[in-house]
Design a protein around this ligand. Structure first.
Ligand code: SAH
Length: 475
């Protein structure tokens, strides 16, 4: 290793920062977050540091650097834009055996500062030895997505139970196994989901019983996979996708989203296609219960958001009736994702003050919708599952008062490389859509906001990547 990684306790210790610009301000923040008492030496201060001074958070010497400033300090950071000053600070600090960091100048440093993921008391520090701070930042960003926000709270809870666990399990090996199970199992998930008092109770019980899961209880994560592009997953979705033992997924889930799940997890396709249900809803509900009762962590992965036309509510009702722990992770719903990627704002101060989501399912060649409500002016109507019924939909909206010139769009496989946007009017969209031979899933958007599409259309689908995105079916 090129450096010794250590964590320094600077609580209430005097620290010196030479320089008063924005770079210095960022370093001051880190020192303050770690409890240091910071003195900034600089003839002037940037706005951020001036505010810190006003708030009484830092001390300030309004002067140029001089050797005597290093009399009372445990570490020094030089962040001026004058290399000669920085070099002088470095040399004097080293002569006094003071740790010194010079911003962007590894040769003048006796210590370097890592990129940090802060889940206090847990701290993850990443360094590339100064070779590429950008790489360290990128790696840090990846870790940010993987480490739950409540990791620190989990550590604090574990700390408060340490001596109790020690009393109950005298063998260090036993203790390790116990903690491994607690910190990776349902108790940890309770903390992440904000159910801390439940977690404390479960942990107390586990200690009494001598094991965290004498009878392993499984759990279900009902996760929204978004409209298809894996970039649009939430951090929480990604984390649960990577820890689940079994993945139960629909045909709206695209291959790249599915690829983000744990490699060795079992995968069960329960996709629904119009009139060709691979598995009935009741069977899916029962399957989730059965898998969880086997002690598995089950990821129920759905397209978009599980609570928007996703029957997520029904699935968790069955779980709740069977006392299976579950959590729900929202996803970006098709309306939101597809509209953004098509360049159609769903609301707009001038054109639409409301937005309605409906499903356009055909039943006996009609749609059972509140047409008067949908035909109101100054709103956007988003229709899910409406491709087959598009002609009926347009006719009915016109029959109930919207003009045939009302702008309307239909978007195929929005957010993915196969995205296609067809825009027109209620009068001609059915013909345009038929000519375009669109493939599902498609989303229909009706309202004046569609007229902005020509200007706001920013997303250029990467056709080269299209093959990777084939919607998963029957696999
Ligand atoms: N729960 C999902 C919706 C399920 S209903 C969500 O919140 O998005 C299925 C319908 O969603 C499809 O028929 C289609 O109308 C729409 N849809 C989902 N993903 C889509 C996409 N990438 N592009 C266009 N429409 C999509």
């Amino acid at each position: 290793m090129q450096f010794l990684p250590i964590f320094l306790d600077i609580k209430n210790q005097p620290c010196t920062v030479v320089g008063g610009g924005e770079v210095a301000a960022r370093k001051v923040d880190v020192l303050l977050n770690s409890g240091g008492k910071v003195t900034v030496i600089s003839p002037e201060l940037c706005g951020a540091l001036a505010r810190q001074l006003d708030d009484g958070k830092i001390a300030h010497l309004l002067t140029h650097f001089a050797p005597e400033h290093l009399g009372q300090t445990v570490l020094v950071i030089a962040a001026t834009d004058d290399r000669a000053v920085n070099a002088q600070v470095s040399e004097l600090a080293r002569a006094r055996s003071l740790p010194v960091n010079v911003v962007d100048d590894p040769a003048l440093c006796s210590f370097i500062m890592p990129s940090v993921v802060d889940r206090s008391p847990v701290i993850v520090a990443v360094s590339t030895g100064g070779s590429s701070p950008v790489l360290a930042r990128l790696l840090r960003a990846r870790l940010e997505t993987l480490i739950p926000g409540a990791y620190g709270r989990l550590a604090t809870m574990a700390d408060s139970f340490r001596s109790k666990v020690k009393q109950h399990f005298s063998e260090p090996g036993q203790r390790r196994v116990f903690w491994e199970k607690v910190l990776q199992g349902p108790i940890a998930e309770m903390v992440y989901a904000g159910r801390e008092s439940e977690a404390v109770k479960a942990l107390e019980q586990a200690i009494e019983e001598g094991a965290p899961d004498a009878k392993p209880i499984g759990e279900v994560y009902l996760v929204g996979g978004g409209p298809g592009n894996p970039d649009l997953l939430t951090f929480r979705a990604l984390r649960l996708m990577q820890q689940a033992d079994v993945i139960v997924y629909d045909n709206l889930v695209t291959q790249p989203v599915l690829d983000m799940t744990r490699r060795d997890a079992d995968r069960i396709f329960v996709g629904k296609q119009r009139a060709n249900h691979a598995m009935r809803q009741e069977e899916i509900n029962e399957l989730l219960v059965k898998l969880a009762k086997e002690g598995k962590r089950v990821l129920r992965l759905k397209g978009g958001d599980p609570f928007i036309f996703g029957r997520g509510g029904e699935e968790i009702e069955t779980l709740s009736a069977n006392h299976i722990p579950f959590q729900v992770v929202p996803g970006i719903t098709a309306a939101s994702g597809v509209a953004s990627y098509a360049g159609i704002p769903l609301t707009h101060r001038d054109y639409a003050q409301a937005c309605v989501f409906v499903t356009g399912h055909l039943k006996d060649n009609t749609m059972d919708l509140d047409w008067d409500m949908l035909a109101r002016p100054n709103q956007t109507v988003v229709i899910y599952m409406g491709l087959l019924g598009l002609p009926v939909l347009c006719q009915q909206l016109i029959a109930h008062g919207l003009t045939a010139e009302t702008p309307a769009a239909i978007v195929q496989q929005g957010t993915t490389p196969s995205q296609r946007v067809v825009t027109g009017t209620l009068g001609n969209l059915p013909t345009l859509a038929a000519e375009a031979q669109l493939k599902p899933p498609t989303l229909i958007i009706v309202g004046k906001v569609v007229s902005l599409q020509g200007k706001l259309n920013w997303f250029v689908p990467d056709q080269a990547a299209e093959g990777n995105f084939a919607i998963t079916r029957n696999n």
